[in-house]
Design a protein around this ligand. Structure first.
Ligand code: PLP
Length: 430
């Protein structure tokens, strides 16, 4: 595969951008490779600057649920663009996206738009702290909620990829207010809540984890968090930046039937443009300025181009009643196929999915926590990643990331991917 242009751009980038990238995992260091520089993307495919085509399971790290460059999303952005780029004043587009979300998620009466998932979780925690007048928070090891100081302890995603357990630059005083405990560990959670419950402002959780690889909540885990937080008058924040409108139109909360106090969004609700949001009950949300005194603001928040892209994406997902069934069927075909070819080649894997979110660990034992996820054979993953890339399949360059299927992935894409995996497994087992 020709990579001369990617190599040239990456060499240039490393002199002017730290690590040559604007988000660490993109550098492909964990798999011992170099990034492909992308030129364009269409449907299920992504194309690099050397003209190579890949079947894409990164989907811009989640937003591209319709596939890339969806014509309805592009034309919505184009129509809005004709009227201007940014006004820093309210637009009806903000009402429209807010309504779409409020109408789809029963736990949300009101929602505030921000520009990223990081901003959404950071602001949600400030709101929880201001509302409860408490400082301590609980998160779970291997969950990633963006890069704000208080959420970097034992975080997943890039911090897991680069083995950063205690993030430099975070004052001890900030980190001391964060308890990070094992995912799916009901006993430890109960102990923490038993001891500190009345000091805890909120518990934040990825209801389905996608940043330690793909890990589902075990039965009772989320229900117990909901019950305990209620008992202690602490707020429950569901970080649905990844799972929102992904595992179901109503997010993970609709799948597990849990009503959180605050929900954070990002990714899909921006349709590929930079958007985040946090929403919840009116009596909580009205503590945010200018109604209340809990301050949060943004120059570009509610940007019209981003709103249009999000509206077009959600409307399209909503219009076709079969969207989520189709996504699930395609994803199941993929995961079943991967399981079969792994077994055929004697490679021990753990493949799982929910809706169109999936993951594969190179370890066949049960994976319920970050500690379990870290037992995956990372060398084998790196070899697999490289072999798949060479065969035109674009996966996230880290074991600690979930994969995403879009509505544009065809049966042919899935067959080609499984065939590529079969060949890759044959190569890596040698
Ligand atoms: N929360 C979750 C669950 C995420 O997966 C991410 C990003 O991957 C974030 C928060 C942070 O979002 P952003 O990268 O838009 O700041």
């Amino acid at each position: 595969m020709k990579t001369i242009n990617s190599k040239k751009f990456f060499k240039e980038a490393k002199n002017i951008i730290p690590g040559g990238v604007n988000s660490p995992v993109r550098a492909c260091l964990a798999v011992g490779g170099e990034p492909r520089f992308i030129d364009k993307a269409l449907g299920s495919k992504i194309y690099d600057v050397d003209g190579n085509e890949y079947i894409d399971y990164v989907g811009s790290w989640g937003p591209a649920i319709l596939g890339h460059s969806d014509p309805d999303v592009i034309s919505a952005i184009q129509e809005t663009l004709k009227k201007g780029i940014s006004f820093g004043a309210p637009t009806f587009l903000e009402n429209k996206l807010a309504s779409l979300i409020v109408d789809s998620i029963p736990s949300i009466d009101m929602i505030r738009m921000v520009n990223s998932g990081t901003e959404a979780t950071m602001s949600a925690i400030r709101l929880a702290r201001g509302y409860t007048k408490r400082d301590k928070i609980v998160k779970f090891d291997g969950c990633y909620h963006g890069h704000s100081d208080m959420l970097l302890t034992n975080a997943g995603s890039g911090l897991a990829t680069f083995k950063i357990e205690k993030a430099p630059g975070v004052p001890d005083l900030v980190a001391e207010n964060t308890f990070s405990i094992p995912y799916n560990d009901i006993d430890t959670f109960d102990k923490i809540m038993g001891k500190y419950g009345k000091e805890i402002a909120c518990v934040i959780v990825e209801p389905v984890a996608g940043n330690m690889g793909f890990v589902k909540p075990k039965a009772g885990f989320l229900e117990n968090i909901r019950n305990r937080t209620k008992e202690c008058n602490a707020l429950l924040i569901f970080d649905e930046v990844m799972t929102g409108f992904r595992v179901a139109f109503g997010g993970a909360q609709s799948v597990f039937n849990i009503i959180p106090d605050i929900t954070c969004f990002g990714k899909i609700i921006g349709g590929g443009m930079p958007v985040g949001a946090y929403g919840g009950r009116k009596d909580i949300m009205e503590h945010i300025a200018p109604v209340g005194k809990i301050y949060q603001a943004g120059t570009l928040s509610g940007n019209p181009l981003a709103m249009s892209s999000g509206i077009a994406t959600l409307e399209k997902l909503k219009k076709d009643k079969n969207s989520y069934k189709k996504l699930e069927t395609t994803t199941k075909k993929l995961t079943e196929g991967l399981k079969n070819v792994a077994q055929k080649n004697g490679i021990e894997v753990n493949v799982d999915s929910l809706g169109s979110m999936f993951g594969m660990f190179f370890n066949s034992s049960t994976i319920e926590s970050f500690e379990d996820a870290k037992k995956s054979d990372l060398n084998l993953f790196a070899k697999y990643y490289k072999a798949m890339l060479e065969k035109g399949v674009y996966l996230a360059p880290s074991q600690f990331e979930a994969g995403f299927v879009s509505l544009s992935h065809t049966d042919e894409d899935i067959t080609k991917t499984i065939d590529a995996a079969d060949k890759s497994f044959q190569e890596i087992k040698l």
